[in-house]
Write a protein that binds this ligand. Structure first.
Ligand code: PLP
Length: 380
């Protein structure tokens, strides 16, 4: 009960910490172990390093407290990457003959996953995120996969509405919560069965580790996801897990700063004639704003927009001084990229995905506006 009343900052700095022990650090250091001392019958919690690790346990508790505050029934399983977490849910929950509904505008590795699912005899249907279009593909499906806000287009769907329809038809629902982080959106509270994320992005936020997690409430589902991790061995290293836990202590500071600056940047961009297709779910005029405001508590660090053509976009990226031209998002250092360079996403040549970091808005926004001016050949 006490935890339910805590603010996000308090919860983030304390999440997953064990009971204090005299002469021990507040957050115990990483445990490097392939095996544990185990005389007699092999009973847990710690037997072999691919099955369990105390550093994962602390991190899993921490993420669970953020995903579902005050709910001690949830279980979290951490993975070596976001894709490991996503694959664990899809491949542990689906079998030949099942149908799954994926977003057609989701993360760029989903088409690869689709090929693999189909090779195993699973029917894959896709529909866009915007306008809750996945509703029309649900009939008889076993699992609905939602990514909201979608990456990179930043469309939003109504999680509660999709969950109600999916559950009525007997389908489970998983939400890729990478972009929002648990401080931005709590899918389990909105009815989803699985909250899944790449913690490579905003959750760890420093662009230096790959990690993923699955959180769910149903013990059987959790056990099947855990079993999948054991079979496939997609386990995080103890050092990565410990760094991730350490990073959670600043999650609220980072996310609050990033969201405030993202809004300031989006507002500044909305006044530009050279910018079209501007999207940020936190912008009151954005097509996603109404639905986003009904389910998100913070709107994320990613802003997307379109410059007139490829050359203009490349010049813009080249002229930025405080922003690295790099993929990924959610880190403390701003990054931006011309998304079309990868192929695969249905975006215009001049489409920019911009990830707002923890710089001062007073520095970052002028840097972006100057780079736009220079890219367009205008005097700064
Ligand atoms: C990056 C990303 C992933 C994949 O995560 P990795 O940690 O790179 O494996 C999945 N979903 C979304 C929305 C992402 O942005």
């Amino acid at each position: 009960m006490e935890r339910r009343r805590m603010g996000d900052g308090t919860r983030a700095v304390r999440a997953g910490l064990p009971e204090p022990q005299k002469y021990e650090p507040t957050l115990p250091g990483p445990v490097f172990a392939a095996h544990y001392h185990l005389p007699g019958d092999p009973t847990g919690p710690y037997t072999y390093g691919r099955d369990e690790n105390p550093t994962w346990t602390h991190l899993e508790r921490a993420i669970g407290e953020l995903e579902a505050p005050g709910d001690s029934d949830v279980e979290t399983v951490v993975f070596a990457s976001g894709m490991a977490a996503i694959s664990a849910v899809l491949f542990s929950q689906l079998k030949a003959g099942d149908a799954v509904v994926l977003p057609s505008d989701g993360y760029q590795a989903l088409p690869l996953v689709r090929e693999q699912l189909e090779a195993y005899g699973i029917e894959v249907r896709t529909a866009p995120t915007g306008g809750d279009a996945q509703l029309a593909a649900l009939d008889g499906a076993r699992l609905l996969w939602i990514e909201t806000p979608s990456n990179p287009g930043l469309d939003v769907c109504d999680i509660r509405r999709l969950v109600a329809a999916a559950h009525a038809g007997g389908a489970l629902v998983a939400v890729d919560n990478t972009l929002a982080t648990p401080l931005g959106q709590r899918p389990l509270e909105l009815g989803a069965d699985f909250s899944v994320a790449s913690d490579t992005k905003g959750l760890t936020g420093h662009g230096d580790i790959l990690l993923g997690h699955v959180t769910c409430r149903d013990a059987e589902s959790a056990a099947s996801v855990r079993r999948w991790r054991k079979i496939v061995g997609a386990i995080p290293g103890p050092m990565e897990a410990w760094l991730a836990h350490r990073s959670l202590a600043t999650l609220h500071l980072r996310v609050d700063r990033q969201c405030a600056t993202a809004l300031a940047l989006a507002e500044a961009l909305s006044a530009r004639e050279d910018v079209s297709g501007l999207r940020y779910p936190g912008l009151p005029g954005d097509a996603s704003h109404r639905v986003a405001a009904g389910q998100m508590r913070r709107f994320g660090s990613v802003v997307s927009f379109v410059l007139p053509d490829r050359e203009r976009a490349e010049r813009f990226l080249d002229r930025l001084r405080l922003v690295d031209d790099a993929t990924s998002f959610g880190g403390v250092r701003s990054t931006a990229e011309r998304r079309g360079r990868w192929g695969g996403d249905a975006v215009p040549e001049g489409f920019i995905r911009f990830s707002v970091g923890a710089e001062d808005a007073e520095d970052l926004v002028p840097d972006v506006l100057r780079a736009l001016d220079e890219a367009g050949g205008q005097a700064g």
